[in-house]
Design a protein around this ligand. Structure first.
Ligand code: NAP
Ligand code: MG
Length: 496
């Protein structure tokens, strides 16, 4: 599964049929907002323009979702039937994996190999997993007095709006859609502007797999217009969001100003990788650097802070610099490429600005530069950077969302913990130690939703993903994600 069937990706991209209209109520329709003008970051090429949703179009999509929900075409199916349709959808995605992977690579610059073997594999697995889980949930019958019977049941929330980012476009979408659909909701998806083509194709495949019209609608458009309209819509019951802290908080505001809808924000991160003195330094540093540069550093979990004992700092900088120098970007359409393009020129300028300011503030550059890198003419590329910094530097506090690793020396365990916990974020942390007591005590004291011990970025569908503090409180994956899209109902029956 997912072994590429050729290496002619550029030719295939040239003839790829891209969907460019909104998908509402099972039909392609034109939006009335200013169309989107996407650019491929691989080579700066203009891609076909995409119809964009106005607030009125978003209202049309929400009404279609509401209608399908109330009709019971999906919400009223036996959970097992819904599950089977989600599994059929997973199979469709599996069958079209190469086309979807190529679409992602074209629109956001991820290497084709990663798109296919990591992203599409995760997407298929996610829909299949929730399809299999759909009929495994149990409701509750609490023990009450003899003259009564209480039922505690879970009901689908209704209309769910999913607003997602571009870095793992279909994975993030799957993490939202699969549990929301599994429990019977109807959904309106607003993809990121950069990754709309793949989302539109996904919706088409859902339709082909037999998911009824109106159950999954896609309203492409800008965050300012289409995203906001979903956030403010009085008939949306739940918003599930992954993206930046600023926009996540806007959704909380939209909710407060409209109908008090539930908002599940999953926001940024500033993952610390904490290397204890007893750990294998080389292994820990290599895994941390790889974890920071993966997906061109455009990861909310990117291990962007490496914390090592002060005496090992110089050695750690050398090892990380070696990883950086051997992880240079190249053509995303070559199957051997491990690092591709940065999503946009704007993002590239932002990353470059962070590196410039870090140097001005006294950061010590061990690998890379603030300048762009050329891999394919006209594209947006940036070679990995390693910097020796102190915890107060901007680069050690703010999310860069690019391949920039900050290496920080610590004095003792308390100092290391204070640094690790000393940002506004709390998504993930990594801990490297072979000492049982250290592992347990420190993993409890790390303020993060995920702690990886002696590994990085591990997990599967069975475990929740999400953060604390400024990283938001939404949780994707696992059976818990299904709870986010349901309401508890108590039915109390008097028997006498
Ligand atoms: P973003 O700017 O917050 O955008 C996320 C989504 O929100 C996009 O669809 C965007 O539309 C939309 N949006 C933007 N402004 C909006 C507004 N005013 N009202 C309503 N919707 C709006 O984030 P991004 O730049 O795409 O992605 C990078 C961020 O996502 C990073 O901070 C990263 O850490 C975070 N992230 C977190 C996770 C996680 O699981 N915790 C995973 C991946 C990424 P447009 O496309 O028009 O901007
Ligand atoms: Mg943005």
């Amino acid at each position: 599964m997912f072994t590429a069937t050729g290496n002619d990706w550029a030719q295939r991209a040239a003839v790829l049929r891209l969907r460019t209209r909104m998908f509402i109520d099972g039909e392609w329709v034109d939006g009335s907002a200013e169309p989107l003008s996407p650019i491929s970051p691989r080579d700066g090429r203009e891609l076909p323009s995409i119809s964009a949703a106005s607030a009125q179009d978003v209202d049309h999509a929400v009404r279609s979702a509401r209608r399908s929900f109330e009709s019971g075409v999906w919400s009223g199916l036996a959970p097992r039937e819904r599950g089977q349709l989600l599994i059929a959808f997973a199979q469709k995605i599996h069958d079209e994996a190469e086309e979807l992977a190529l679409t992602i690579s074209l629109e956001m610059g991820k290497p084709i190999r990663e798109a296919l073997q990591t992203e599409l594999r995760a997407v298929v697995n996610c829909f299949r997993w929730y399809g299999e889980a759909a009929d495994k949930a149990l409701d509750e019958v609490p023990v009450t007095a003899p003259g009564s019977l209480a039922l505690v049941t879970r009901e689908a929330a209704g209309v769910v709006a999913a607003v997602v980012p571009w870095n793992f476009p279909l994975t993030m979408t799957a993490w939202k859609l699969a549990p929301a659909l599994a429990v019977g909701n109807s959904v309106v998806l607003k993809p990121a502007e950069h990754t709309t083509f793949s989302a539109l194709r996904l919706a088409e495949l859902a339709h082909e797999a037999g998911i009824p019209a109106g159950v999954l609608n896609v309203t492409p458009g800008t965050g300012q217009i289409a995203g906001r309209a979903l956030g403010e819509h009085p008939d949306v019951d739940v918003v599930t969001f992954t993206g930046s802290p600023e926009v996540g908080r806007k959704f909380l505001g939209y909710s407060a100003a409209s109908n008090g809808k539930r908002v599940w924000p999953e926001l940024g991160g500033k993952t610390a990788s904490l290397v204890m003195p007893d750990a294998d330094l080389e292994r820990a540093v290599r895994a941390t650097a790889d974890g920071c540069f993966y997906n061109q550093g455009q990861m909310c979990t990117a291990s962007s802070r490496l914390l090592v004992p002060r005496a090992q700092r110089d050695r750690a900088l050398e090892i990380a610099a070696d990883v950086a120098r051997t992880s240079l970007p190249s053509d995303p359409f070559s199957i051997s490429t491990g690092m591709g393009a940065i999503v946009s020129e704007r993002q590239l300028q932002s990353i470059s600005g962070f590196v410039e300011r870090a140097q001005e503030q006294g950061g010590e550059l061990a690998a890379g530069t603030a300048e762009r890198f050329t891999a394919v003419d006209g594209g947006s590329y940036f070679a990995p950077v390693v910097l020796g910094v102190t915890p107060a530097h901007e680069i050690a506090q703010r999310e860069v969302f690019g391949p920039v690793l900050s290496v920080i020396g610590y004095d003792d365990v308390e100092d290391a913990l204070a640094i690790a916990n000393g940002t506004e974020f709390g998504l993930a942390a990594a801990l490297w130690s072979n000492d049982l007591t250290t592992v347990h005590t420190l993993s409890r004291r790390l303020r993060a939703g995920i702690v990886w011990v002696n590994c990085f970025e591990e997990g599967d569908m069975t475990v929740p993903f999400g953060g604390v503090k400024g990283s938001g409180f939404g949780r994707d994956k696992s059976l818990h994600a299904m709870e986010k899209f349901t309401d508890l109902k108590t039915t109390w029956i008097a028997l006498s």
